[in-house]
Design a protein around this ligand. Structure first.
Ligand code: OFO
Length: 169
């Protein structure tokens, strides 16, 4: 059984993951408008991944006999000046999410909730990957600078990303 405090924190994380999905879908729409179909595809896949993160927590709360409460999803920003600005914002957002996962882990420890602690370990590892992949693209875009052809090549490369359901916790 989850404590009330743990349940509340997990419900808030469902919301944060859904907001991540909204944010990346908004970036995808912005890229589509700019005719960067590869960046748009990458962000769309990222949005689906975020929804799967939310669902993972949703299923866990229910499995533990907790009550899922869905909260209002904040409206994301709608436009970014350049691909670099969007990916920098994505990287910053992932750092914020990592902080949230760490806070959740601290609550699990304080509540002596070992099952939730183990469950959250998947997210701790996932965040390392989430930060690394966003930062890698930021670095690549910094390297290519204003060179249109090179940006086009990065766009093409990122367009090959497809969605695969993350491995179970
Ligand atoms: Fe769910 O990892 Fe990104 O936000």
């Amino acid at each position: 059984m989850l404590t009330e405090r743990m349940t509340k924190a997990l419900n808030e994380q469902i919301n944060a993951e859904m907001f991540s999905a909204y944010l990346y879908l908004s970036m995808s729409a912005c890229f589509s408008e700019m005719n960067y179909s590869g960046f748009a595809q990458w962000m769309k896949v990222q949005a689906m991944e975020e929804m799967s993160h939310a669902m993972k927590i949703y299923d866990y709360v229910i499995e533990r006999g907790g009550r899922v409460e869905l909260l209002a999803i904040e409206e994301p920003a709608k436009s970014w000046e350049t691909p670099l600005a969007a990916f920098e914002a994505a990287y910053q957002h992932e750092q914020y999410i990592t902080g949230r996962i760490n806070d959740l882990m601290n609550i699990a420890i304080e509540e002596k909730d070992h099952a939730t602690n183990i469950f959250l370990q998947w997210f701790v590892t996932e965040q390392v990957e989430e930060e690394a992949s966003a930062d890698e693209i930021v670095q690549k875009l910094k390297l290519v600078g204003d060179h249109g052809n090179a940006i086009f090549m990065v766009d093409r490369e990122l367009g090959s990303r497809t969605f695969t359901l993350p491995t179970p916790a």
